[in-house]
Design a protein around this ligand. Structure first.
Ligand SMILES: *Cc1c(COP(=O)(O)O)cnc(C)c1O
Length: 309
């Protein structure tokens, strides 16, 4: 559920996922807890970053939300503040958060009451040898600490097969229509679509220019539409140049710079369009580059709040 359910909105997504049977709702930050707790039992909410000070540990205890413990320091803090049920992240090769495998035997770790023992895959979206090495390392730590459930796979990890599933999977991207590996392409359907309204139309004369810094100048009279969508909605300036909006299959070219709240498009191909008509914003996750420029993850999480339907 982190990053406001990958940009699609906790209020929209959590009730649907809860009713569909999701058993744990992971967020990254403590500031994300309250929004999820409006829809789900606090005991089903987990905070991936864990507590970094007493206030965060106390907040977890007061609310009944379960922290993910990621280090010896967090384990000490958690026990000092009263402790209780927690999740435990073990690093098996991504080197972001988590105790290292040898630290599992430390007394302060062994003293934890672990609900779910977690690790996170670094390259599940690739056919990398690291996947099998992480799986093996994770299997190695499982017998070394008491826990209720084990969890390794993110969306891409689910597609690596049942060996990676353990007791609990942690899909993010796949819930929101992203395709983390080609094996999932036939299974996952896009669930988020972006539209924007034309809010004014105008006739330009030859020589009239459009938008900030006059980057587009009409060579002949033309009809244009101002569309209620801008970089504050996640439609970044980089997508303006050479970009287009869609009316059905018809591509309407973006003219000039993307503003904070508006873009201007050429209506020459569809002269009947009027203020109040809606255009589609090209937003095809499967076309997004996997690892360069803008990923599916970035397309989703940069969607502006004003786009919520
Ligand atoms: C974000 C995250 C996930 C979900 O990853 P996806 O690739 O979106 O499925 C799972 N586990 C952890 C620890 C994460 O940080």
């Amino acid at each position: 559920m982190k990053a406001d359910a990958y940009g699609l909105g906790i209020n929209t997504c959590v009730p649907v996922l809860r009713d569909a049977g999701a058993s744990v709702f992971f967020v990254a930050h403590w500031s994300e807890v309250a929004a999820v707790a409006a829809h789900a039992d606090p005991a089903t909410i987990a905070v991936l970053h864990g507590p970094i000070n007493a206030a965060e540990a106390d907040y977890a205890i007061a609310t009944g939300v379960i922290p993910v413990i990621n280090s010896i320091g967090q384990a000490q803090l958690w026990q000092e503040r009263g402790g209780g049920l927690c999740h435990l992240m073990v690093d098996t090769g991504i080197n972001r958060l988590g105790i290292s495998a040898p630290q599992i035997s430390e007394l302060i770790i062994q003293a934890l009451k672990v609900d779910t023992l977690l690790s996170h895959l670094a390259s599940a979206d690739e056919d990398s040898g690291l996947n099998a090495r992480q799986l093996e390392a994770f299997r190695g730590v499982l017998p070394q600490i008491a826990h209720r459930r084990a969890s390794l796979a993110n969306s891409a990890g689910i597609a690596l097969g049942p060996d990676y599933a353990f007791d609990l999977t942690r899909p993010g991207l796949a819930l929101y229509g992203g395709i983390a590996r080609p094996e999932l392409a036939g299974t996952i359907r896009q669930v988020a679509h972006v539209g924007a309204a034309i809010i004014q139309t105008r006739e330009l004369s030859a020589g009239d220019s459009v938008g900030y810094n006059s980057e587009f100048t009409a060579g002949a009279p033309m009809r244009v539409g101002t569309v209620s969508l801008g970089y504050a909605d996640g439609f970044l300036r980089a997508r303006g140049k050479g970009g287009f909006m869609l009316h059905g299959e018809t591509e309407l070219a973006i003219l000039g710079k993307v503003s904070m709240d508006m873009i201007v498009v050429d209506l020459g191909k569809v002269p009947e369009l009027r203020a109040g008509d809606w255009l589609e914003v090209p937003f095809v996750l499967r076309n997004a580059a996997q690892q360069s420029t803008v990923s599916q993850y970035e397309l989703l999480t940069t969607l502006g709040r004003r786009l919520r339907g």
